[in-house]
Design a protein. Structure first.
Length: 310
């Protein structure tokens, strides 16, 4: 079916880096309490929703998406169907996802797709929920989806989906080192639990409830990259490095070539290097590229899901 002449809405939503990520003890229900500081960065997914009788999704863009499911396991498709079900609309949408955020890279690309889809379909169908009405649906779809909707810099607690905005001043410069191999988030969590069990004597018991360190919040509040570099932390990093040992060399390479600090973003394997300026970012990106690493420069914070003017 041709989509020419049919109305469509395009929305872009950002990927994110986890500047800080603390994981509490494994709970009886198999989940962990987490405390995160998210920052939305200028690497965007774009979703175009076009009028249709039913639901479909296709994926384009520079990222190899051949392994992505295009059925109900696809988060964008689930987002469209959830919105339709909740608002009682009988309309459908043909979704086109333009991917720039790595798949299974710890940067919330799938969550950005879901957030963008909610905004696009709400606009396309005239269901009128708006951002505040979409937030509960976003939380149902996944812990990172509400943040992709809101953007900026925010503290995530609980399962990561209970968001409160964090005051952030200025612009932070990041170099993202991408990996060809994704890491599965549940596998990374299980590796962390094993690591903690094996080193219980040294590490001690983990608290059930965790929070974001004050030093991190203070660093973003004043816009001080040097302070933020010292305060960044990710509990999942030790597990990601066990599963992908080559990331250790990558972190070392970045930190010897001008990065203030490097951190595995979320469950990895994307590594985010914080630098002090756009010039340093460009130089580090070149050094990483020469070393055979695919790298991008981005800035943060940026806004969440937004409709692009046609």
């Amino acid at each position: 079916m041709s989509t020419r002449g049919l109305r469509s809405i395009t929305v872009r939503a950002p990927g994110k880096v986890n500047v800080f990520f603390r994981v509490g003890a494994l709970q009886d229900d198999g989940y962990h309490d987490v405390a995160s500081l998210y920052q939305a960065v200028s690497l965007f997914e774009e979703v175009t929703a076009t009028e249709a009788d039913d639901f479909s999704v296709r994926v384009t863009g520079p990222i190899d998406a051949s392994g992505l499911p295009l059925d109900d396991r696809n988060l964008a498709l689930r987002a469209a169907k959830l919105l339709a079900a909740r608002t009682g609309t009988a309309r459908g949408a043909a979704l086109t996802v333009f991917k720039r955020v790595p798949i299974a890279g710890g940067m919330g690309g799938g969550s950005a797709d879901a957030a963008a889809t909610l905004v696009a379909c709400d606009e396309l169908w005239g269901t009128g929920l708006g951002r505040s009405g979409l937030l509960p649906l976003a939380a149902e779809l996944g812990a990172d989806v509400p943040f992709a909707l809101e953007g900026g810099t925010a503290v995530g607690t609980g399962r990561g989906d209970e968001l409160s905005p964090a005051l952030a001043k200025g612009t932070f410069h990041w170099v993202l080192a991408l990996s060809d191999n994704g890491l599965n988030t549940p596998v990374v969590y299980r590796a962390l639990d094993r690591h903690r069990d094996e080193h219980l004597v040294d590490l001690g018991r983990q608290p059930d409830l965790v929070k974001v360190d004050t030093a991190v919040l203070q660093a973003v509040r004043v816009g001080d990259a040097g302070s933020l570099a010292e305060a960044m932390h990710n509990d999942l990093q030790v597990a990601a490095l066990k599963l992908a040992p080559e990331l250790t060399d990558l972190l070392e390479l970045g930190e010897t070539r001008g990065a203030l600090a490097g951190i595995v973003s979320g469950s990895g394997p994307t590594v985010a290097f914080l630098v002090d300026s756009a010039q340093t970012a460009a130089e580090l990106r070149s050094a990483l590229t020469r070393g055979g690493v695919q790298a991008l420069t981005v800035t943060g914070p940026v806004p969440g899901a937004r409709v692009l003017d046609g």
